[in-house]
Design a protein around this ligand. Structure first.
Ligand SMILES: Cc1cc2nc3c(=O)[nH]c(=O)nc-3n(C[C@H](O)[C@H](O)[C@H](O)COP(=O)(O)OP(=O)(O)OC[C@H]3O[C@@H](n4cnc5c(N)ncnc54)[C@H](O)[C@@H]3O)c2cc1C
Length: 421
């Protein structure tokens, strides 16, 4: 059976890997001239199984209100005359109900645990190199109640089968000595030793090359304009090539992995996908003093900033902006990330060499990705991974390949079509 995967980001290329392994004949269609050039290009690098809590949680509405109008806040909501933004925001508020948050957290944790396991297996099977570190993730908490919060989080994670240790300042310093220069010492920390980090772009590029050698076709510079339907099934993709010529690509089944652009393609088919772009920023800095630069991936829980070390480069990422498909880089946002790095790890990196970037997280109100089959007989989804697309990539794609092969996927997760809502 010939499967066409739409999009060559983390979701698309991992889908191609598991579908190829399951015996499908796979073609990947991508508008860019290389894989992972959009949201999967320069993310925070964390395989963060220890962060399954969705953004939509009981404290989120107050936090959003507190930050409203503050341009430097980690989260910025820019109201637009766009019904999709308002519908998404209303659904987000609904997901903040405690029982929904609880249920979403459990589902994400199950998929994340499975995903980390799949990633390790993929690494063993392919031997690909993407500057990964198996040194865990250290979450830093600040302010009053921080130590208690770390302890509560550790206990909650344990209930979800995720190992994490609440630590004091000395223990945090022993885990990551570069914290010695932190501007403000953390009042508490949480260490998830099984978490990892790695360069998502390098991963997707290397996996793409590996797959091309195994016979997977990659059609780059091919913009998908329209899904052509015949009754209840997809009969082809109308595409535009780099030279402007049009073509019709056909397969037996199709997997939509177009990140934030996924809903646009299926809207004409009468399918509404609750995926909205949430913009985030990163800066990548050259490391000039390795001893002062953290090796362990960190999360500053107060400022919602994450950082990961990729050899001689240091990636710092954060901020969330609900502002449609705008991809302009706000220099002030990037400067905040550079300042954070300079303040906490002085002398570790060269700010003059900072490379700014922004991307659109394909976010669902619940933070749960959409995996499985929609209304059309031969159209599948693997999209909407939001802030956890790197963490969940391998598990989502492995589960999708299972669903398409008629095998029940392992994680206890509400795949599309299951009765969850
Ligand atoms: C600042 C930031 C930090 C992040 N940090 C982390 C982190 O630390 N850990 C983590 O787990 N996740 C993180 N994420 C989230 C993660 O990066 C995303 O969830 C993930 O990259 C989404 O992958 P994707 O394949 O769904 O989308 P994309 O990478 O955007 O891939 C979609 C592909 O579809 C293609 N496409 C779109 N439209 C068309 C069309 N019409 N025709 C042809 N091709 C098309 C695009 O070119 C693109 O290549 C972060 C995100 C951001 C923005």
């Amino acid at each position: 059976m010939h499967v066409m995967v739409l999009g060559a980001g983390l979701a698309g290329v991992t889908s191609a890997w598991y579908l190829n392994k399951a015996g499908f004949d796979v073609t990947v269609v991508e508008r860019q001239s290389a894989p992972a050039m959009e949201t999967s290009f320069a993310n925070g690098g964390q395989i963060s199984v220890s962060h399954p809590e969705p953004w939509a949680n009981p404290s989120a509405p107050m936090t959003v209100l507190r930050w409203l109008g503050n341009d430097a806040a980690p989260l910025r909501f820019r109201p637009r005359a766009d019904w999709r933004q308002w519908l998404w925001s209303a659904a987000f508020l609904r997901e903040c109900l405690p029982w929904r948050t609880h249920r979403n957290t459990a589902a994400i944790a199950a998929l994340a645990r499975y995903s980390r396991e799949q990633l390790r297996q993929l690494r063993d099977e392919t031997g690909i190199d993407y500057r990964y570190q198996q040194r865990g993730i250290l979450h830093l908490f600040f302010g009053t109640g921080a130590a208690t919060e770390a302890r509560h989080r550790a206990a909650a994670l344990a209930r979800l089968g995720i190992t994490a240790e609440a630590c004091d300042r000395d223990r945090a310093l022993a885990i990551e000595p570069a914290l010695a220069h932190l501007a403000q010492p953390p009042a508490g920390a949480l260490f998830a030793p099984d978490d990892e980090s790695g360069d998502a772009h390098a991963f997707v590029a290397a996996l793409g090359e590996f797959l091309a050698k195994r016979g997977v076709q990659f059609r780059y510079d091919t913009g998908i304009e329209r899904i052509v339907r015949e009754g209840g099934r997809v009969s082809g993709l109308e595409v535009v090539l780099a030279d402007g010529t049009r073509d019709l690509l056909e397969a037996n089944a199709y997997v939509l992995c177009m990140g934030s652009y996924s809903p646009r393609l299926v809207a004409p088919l009468g399918e509404y996908l609750p995926v909205y772009p949430v913009k985030g920023y990163s800066v990548t800095l050259p490391v000039i003093d390795p001893a002062r630069c953290p090796d362990v991936s960190l999360t500053d829980e107060a400022r919602r900033i994450v950082c990961s070390r990729f050899g001689d480069r240091f990636r710092v990422a954060g901020t969330a902006e609900l502002n449609g498909y705008d991809l302009n880089i706000d220099a002030a946002r990037c400067q905040n990330l550079i300042d954070w790095t300079q303040r906490n790890f002085p002398g570790a990196t060269d700010p003059a060499g900072a490379v700014p970037w922004c991307g659109l997280r394909p976010s669902t109100p619940s933070n749960r990705p959409l995996i499985g089959k929609g209304k059309m007989i031969n159209l599948y989804y693997n999209t909407g991974h939001g802030s956890l697309g790197w963490t969940l990539a391998c598990g989502s794609a492995a589960a999708l390949a299972d669903l398409m092969s008629g095998t029940p996927p392992r994680p206890d997760f509400p795949f599309l079509g299951s009765r969850f809502d």
